[in-house]
Design a protein around this ligand. Sequence first.
Ligand code: GAP
Length: 511
Amino acid sequence: MTSNQETFKKIISHAKEYGFIFQSSEIYDGLSAVYDYGPNGVELKNNIKSYWWTSMVQMNENIVGFDASVLMHPKIWKASGHVDAFNDPLIDNKDSKSRYRADVLIEDYVRKIELKINKEIIKSKKRFGDSFDEKQFRKTNSRVLDYERKIKEINTEMKKCFDDDDLVSLKKLIDDLGIVDPVSGSKNWTEIKQFNLMFSTSIGASIDSSSEIFLRPETAQGIFVNFLNVQKSSRKKIPFGIAQIGKAFRNEIVARQFVFRMREFEQMEMQFFVKPGTQSQWYNQWKDTRMKWHQALGLGEENYRFHDHDKLAHYADAACDIEFNFPFGFKELEGIHSRTDFDLSQHEKYSGKKIKYFDPEINESYTPYVVETSIGLDRMFLAILSSSYTEERIDEQNSRLVLKIPDFLAPYKLAILPLVKKDGLPDYANRIFNDLKIHYNISYDEKDAIGRRYRRQDAIGTPLCITVDHDSLKDDKVTVRFRDSMQQIRIDISQLKKEIDDRLSLSNWLD
Ligand code: GAP
């Protein structure tokens, strides 16, 4: 196991131990790729939503909010192309009876070659010490060059298979590479078949094909079919956007990497409606804005990168991902798509209702083009959790585990801790708690030695601890201890609210 994999395992167990994320239906042995958020998890999740919503809706006068239902008319998914094209290529192993995504099997094979490259690099680093030049090594070492060539060949071939919709050649690639079932080691594969990712259920009392409906696989369609309702009721002129946070459902076959790929997850999406011909300018603008939004969080600019798509979805004329450096490597965190007028035109065609915007500036009606920004809330959660997880040595004997979550997103903004459980200190501490609880989510803790209480707060990412001691009763001052620096200062309680506001409020951060 690599050290990244080990750290990822630790993060997953930390998330459970400290009430961030639990496996769904755990006492029934769990439901795969479905998760529940615990008391600390739901606070962090709500704070992320609030950060997105405030910066997207509240701070943009040309973006309004929306909340569509999960269940919608089944024709919507025919019109959007999801019934016919929202598929994964699946392959079964005849011996183990396990089912896999063909592209993931190939990607895993590629990842193994990448690991071989890393091994070569680590070996040479050890041998050459400080004088080792990784860039030069990658350019000149024949084994590394062979591995890289192989990776390129495989990726090119896989892309060609998808571009040509050629599942026979995709299967041949798996056979040629000698890919084995990770469980049984067998190469006894079936042909590859496309599998639709939408969950279906039925509406009403009778269960027949006419009552079949789908759980939405993306929140976007709820916005498209309400375009005119929202535009007219909010009297918005193009360009303007509609933003929404909500659940989406996909019957992911390869569900793994914790909350990275789930069957039930949440999206924060914004559809920006623009005049035809201006979409490319808006696409670039939103790419820039969204990257800045991510980087403003302070998780490290080097942890983000763009991945421009070569293969475009059926509805897009340009698309990219913002990728984040998760513990398992750079992976998609947010998608930005120039969706053309595909969705609105399709709904116009399938519903038989006109969906046009009358532009008073040019005195003409047209179907708007759409630029979409779509981020997975759970992936954002994982990005924050994994990058803030820090094991820190304090001195020879002691270490601590601290979640360095951006302060304004932390589940609890502060903890109030009376030094001892007597002498009137709990009463004094409770008074501070009651004064501040309307403004912040606060933890109150009077059990165990103060050092252990600090560690507990570090482990859930509480940025400030306020300690009340015997002197506080005389001078109305308390000790404020900072999570990251562990520095402590003495502060008058009349200054407390301002100190907290300055450091922790979302509005200060956004300002
Ligand atoms: N409306 C466009 C759309 O849904 P997408 O790239 O399929 O585009 C957007 O999804 C975002 O939703 C992704 O960038 C990812 O963050 C999140 N997402 C997609 N599938 C997910 C899954 N199975 N589990 C968790 N998040 C997922």
